[in-house]
Design a protein around this ligand. Structure first.
Ligand code: DQA
Length: 144
């Protein structure tokens, strides 16, 4: 079985982008952590990052029937994108929403998420370990 780990805009800069907020690990480090966490449960990981909303929507559509669910950090699109929320509703796959930082401790515009109402679970403020927790939670849900 497979899961999709999907990252939105600016997460390609992880490691060099505001490290006091997002830490020093890179997106490659995140990918390795996810593959290791999934591998212990016998799952494979499809890993994708895009800065483009439409590419993320296409990836969610393509995930239908191909993966057990999605671990998704939508980046700033979290706070703006009805289209991503609709895509998730449309494919009926479990989505674990992950934010590296504790968005609730930050600016007010980061407190609202269009994704949370369509997410199965939400992990915030756990740093990049949130992806590991997300993978574990998704596999937990998939096994039910
Ligand atoms: C983020 C939080 C968002 O508010 C921000 O726009 C990001 C990263 C996080 O992982 O903490 O790009 O999703």
């Amino acid at each position: 079985p497979r899961i999709l780990v999907l990252n939105g805009p600016n997460l390609n800069l992880l490691g060099t982008r505001e490290p006091e907020i997002y830490g020093h690990e890179t997106l490659n480090d995140v990918e390795e952590l996810c593959r290791a966490a999934a591998g212990t449960a016998g799952y494979e990981v499809e890993f994708l990052q895009s800065n483009h909303e439409g590419v993320l929507i296409d990836a969610i559509h393509a995930a239908r029937g191909a993966v057990a669910g999605i671990v998704f950090n939508p980046g700033a699109f979290t706070h703006t994108s009805v289209a991503l929320a609709d895509a998730i509703s449309g494919v009926q796959l479990p989505v674990i929403e992950v934010h590296i930082s504790n968005v609730h401790r930050r600016e007010a515009f980061r407190h609202h998420s269009y994704i949370s109402p369509v997410a199965a679970s939400i992990i915030v403020g756990a740093g990049v370990n949130g992806y590991v927790l997300g993978v574990q939670q998704l596999i937990h849900l998939a096994g039910k």
